[in-house]
Design a protein around this ligand. Structure first.
Ligand SMILES: Cc1cc2nc3c(=O)[nH]c(=O)nc-3n(C[C@H](O)[C@H](O)[C@H](O)COP(=O)(O)O)c2cc1C
Length: 218
């Protein structure tokens, strides 16, 4: 790597704006607070505020990370959709523990979720799939996600084949594609502050399902 690149990485520093995060401010329900922050992210015109990093761990304890879209949320957790035979899908079928992370640079905010996933019911995945744009539905069938392709043409051919197969017909959900619900037992809110004295409030779920909160050091 060039010296210019490396010295840039060492010299770049950004001071965070002074928004604050306080133990009383977050209330008692992390989902209510998350919704408040999400609305503020939308208000601040954060690009793709519903995009989150999702970490999974395979059966050899090796982690991997990628971005997915949060497509639903309730007090049960966060929903995303994917191919069940992808790398993440096969990780999750063997090891359901995940961590996901939102970073909204426009507000110097990060929110981290930790917990376990469960597969959505077939009916829930069908319902979501039926409302996807047609090209996305065809793409779900055509892409053997995470597996080797000989060429881009192979993918385009697969897309065209599916398009022709379902011409003038409703496209059913592929059985290998659907949703996961992340059921978090820990949710952390992070607010960047000046002088690197950031605020962090973490919620953890106790055995009775009650959320407890505390401030932790940055
Ligand atoms: C902004 C963004 C959103 C994405 N959303 C999804 C998604 O909702 N579901 C999905 O399967 N992949 C999504 N992807 C692609 C994944 O990051 C990843 O490349 C793909 O799922 C394969 O990951 P895997 O091989 O680790 O299973 C998205 C990528 C980006 C950059």
């Amino acid at each position: 790597m060039s010296e210019v690149f490396r010295s840039y990485l060492n010299s770049i520093r950004r001071e965070f704006a002074d928004k604050l995060l306080d133990i009383d401010l977050v209330g008692d329900d992390p989902y209510v607070f998350f919704e408040k922050w999400f609305e503020e992210a939308v208000g601040a015109e954060a690009l793709d505020p519903y995009a989150m990093s999702l970490a999974t761990v395979n059966d050899q304890n090796k982690p991997s990370l990628r971005t997915v879209y949060m497509r639903d949320i309730s007090d049960k957790g966060i929903v995303f959709y994917t191919n069940y035979t992808s790398r993440k899908g096969s990780d999750l079928l063997k090891n359901p523990f995940v961590s996901s992370n939102f970073f909204w640079v426009e507000l110097d905010r990060q929110i981290r979720f930790m917990g376990k996933v469960v597969k959505l019911s077939e009916a829930q995945s069908d319902e979501y799939f039926s409302h996807r744009p047609r090209e996305s539905q065809i793409g779900a069938w055509a892409s053997n996600q995470s597996h080797e392709l000989r060429s881009r043409e192979e993918l385009i051919e697969a897309f065209k084949k599916i398009e022709a197969k379902y011409k003038n017909q409703t496209i059913p959900r592929p059985p290998f594609w659907g949703g996961f619900l992340i059921e978090p037992d820990e949710i952390e809110f992070w607010q960047g502050r000046p002088m690197r004295l950031h605020d962090r409030i973490v919620f953890t779920k106790d055995k009775g399902g009650k959320w407890l909160k505390k401030r932790i050091a940055p």
